[in-house]
Design a binder for this molecule. Structure first.
Ligand SMILES: [Mg+2]
Ligand SMILES: [Zn+2]
Length: 180
């Protein structure tokens, strides 16, 4: 079974420079929930790898993160899909952990839970560090221009490889399923 790994903020839900700190602030990007459900119904597993330094910064607790993820999973379930696994990094930029993207640790955590071939696995992100983590884990990086994606577009020349770009998760999903 093929896997698609998604970043969360700016890919599934609207990002905020002030951090997404509560279930109330967790608002899906139009079409993203339906796109996840469509991937599931088409035989893909969907997992999430997300930096959540708001925990280290004291902006919200692990319990609140779980409440946000319960909301997300409920919406996905209602649409007929499910999220196979969620890996998150609770650390801050100075903690020097192995999981905070651009490091590949979150993808390695997912690999311990789910069987997948990195070379066949798309990682969808809106930030350069999502793409770098994907590359470091041997996955296929792709960019969506929701969230921070517009400003990330300008940084793509820093990468030594080509990255497919899509308007949003819905467009990525349509393209992926058409190609199958
Ligand atoms: Mg993001
Ligand atoms: Zn970490």
């Amino acid at each position: 079974m093929s896997l698609v790994i998604l970043d969360r903020d700016g890919v599934i839900n609207q990002d905020s420079d002030a951090f997404v700190k509560s279930p109330e602030e967790w608002l899906p990007i139009p079409g993203s929930i339906e796109a996840i459900a469509k991937l599931c119904k088409s035989g893909y597993q969907v997992a999430i790898a997300t930096n959540q330094s708001g925990i280290a910064r004291g902006y919200f607790t692990v319990e609140t993160l779980t409440a946000m993820h319960n909301k997300m999973e409920q919406l996905v379930n209602q649409a007929g899909g499910n999220i196979a696994a969620i890996a998150y990094c609770p650390h801050g930029p100075d903690d020097n952990c192995n999981c905070r993207k651009p490091k590949p640790g979150l993808i390695y955590q997912l690999a311990q839970q789910l069987q997948f071939n990195p070379q066949e696995t798309w990682v969808v992100g809106d930030s350069l560090r999502d793409l770098q983590a994907a590359e470091a884990a041997g996955c296929k990086p792709t960019l969506v221009t929701t969230g921070k994606g517009q400003s990330t577009l300008k940084k793509l020349p820093e990468l030594s490889y080509d990255v497919p770009v899509f308007k949003d998760l819905a467009e990525f999903t349509r393209a992926l399923l058409k190609q199958d």
